[in-house]
Design a protein around this ligand. Structure first.
Ligand SMILES: Nc1ncnc2c1ncn2[C@@H]1O[C@H](COP(=O)(O)OP(=O)(O)O)[C@@H](O)[C@H]1O
Ligand SMILES: [Mg+2]
Length: 297
């Protein structure tokens, strides 16, 4: 269950072996927000634009007998990344690299179609077991997505109008309510950080929008604790790539998800070649798969 919606699992009567997910808007949300009925339709529209296996397919939208808007989509069979992190706490870095590359692939597709996600975080990603041999990262919840051209600064009465989840917001998002390819890159990096460390990228006493805003707009470091302090076994090359996605000034982050993906692959190659680390074997196996999949080998 998310904050604005309830998600149900159902079976399609005509194809009973196929499960679907039905995302239904909360009644309270419908009452308080005039734009609410259009939201799930937009989400279906954006999902419908995507062609890669990184997203569930949208099936249909409608209104329940009680007047609540719903979206039916392919059911993703597998845990959310958030649940995986809570369960396993920290992922081996080569496993995290594989998921990171898949995340880049999906986000690149959204960006190349002119759409920002704006709410990238472990709870909105799921790991689907597509076969006995393979899991695939799926990007869920395009409920905050919007065309890049409509995501400039957004202030009302001197306050930024914020979209997204407070702890994953980039500094410029809390400053002026704007989102961009660079803020999605920041949120991807905050997600990768969490996969490796098991903790949130920002740690502050007040865990609400005001608390995170105050933290992000002061002189505090991002991330609060460098990856290397928590996970000394993560190679420095990988740490650097992720931290470049978290710079305070968006101009110094990776330009786009493809550049990010290539930097991750280059770092992985350096680590695999070094051969000192016990985990380099795992990295080599993952790297071979990734390079083949990307048509680079
Ligand atoms: N297609 C799907 N298949 C399986 N689970 C889903 C699917 N869509 C959403 N969920 C689950 O429901 C939760 C809430 O859905 P989400 O789209 O994130 O809605 P919200 O906007 O309310 O956060 C997700 O975190 C996920 O666990
Ligand atoms: Mg969500």
């Amino acid at each position: 269950m998310g904050s604005f919606t309830k998600v149900y699992i159902a079976v399609q009567e005509s194809v009973p072996q196929r499960k679907v997910a039905i995302k239904v808007l909360h009644e309270i949300h419908l009452r308080n927000d005039k734009d609410a009925p259009a939201k799930l339709k937009r989400e279906a529209y954006y999902l419908g634009m995507m062609r890669s296996p990184c997203f569930p397919r949208a099936i249909t939208t409608g209104i329940t007998n009680d007047g609540l808007p719903f979206l039916v989509m392919e059911y993703v069979e597998g845990p959310s990344l958030d649940a995986v992190i809570r369960d396993r706490r920290r992922l081996p870095y080569y496993e995290a690299m594989e998921l990171a590359v898949e995340l880049c692939e999906g986000v690149e597709e959204m960006h190349s179609r002119g759409i920002l996600h704006r709410d990238i975080k472990p709870a909105n990603l799921a790991l689907e077991n597509t076969s006995k041999y393979r899991t695939h990262l799926k990007i869920l919840d395009l409920g905050s997505a919007a065309p890049i051209s409509q995501c400039g600064p957004n202030m009302q009465d001197g306050k930024p109008l914020i979209v997204g989840t407070p702890v994953y917001l980039a500094p410029e998002q809390v400053r002026d309510g704007s989102s961009s390819i660079q803020s999605d890159i920041y949120q991807m990096s905050a997600t990768l950080y969490e996969m490796l460390t098991g903790v949130k990228v920002i740690r502050t006493k007040r865990k609400d929008l005001e608390g995170y805003t105050e933290y992000l707009l002061s002189d505090n470091p991002i991330p609060t604790h460098p990856i290397g302090d928590i996970r000394p076994d993560v190679p420095y090359e990988i740490e650097l790539v992720i931290e470049k996605g978290l710079t305070k000034d968006p101009r110094y982050r990776w330009k786009n998800a493809t550049e990010y993906m290539n930097a991750l692959l280059d770092a992985a190659q350096m680590v695999a070649a070094r051969n000192q680390d016990k985990k380099a074997g795992g990295m080599r196996t993952v790297l071979r798969t990734l390079l083949r999949r990307m048509g680079k080998k």
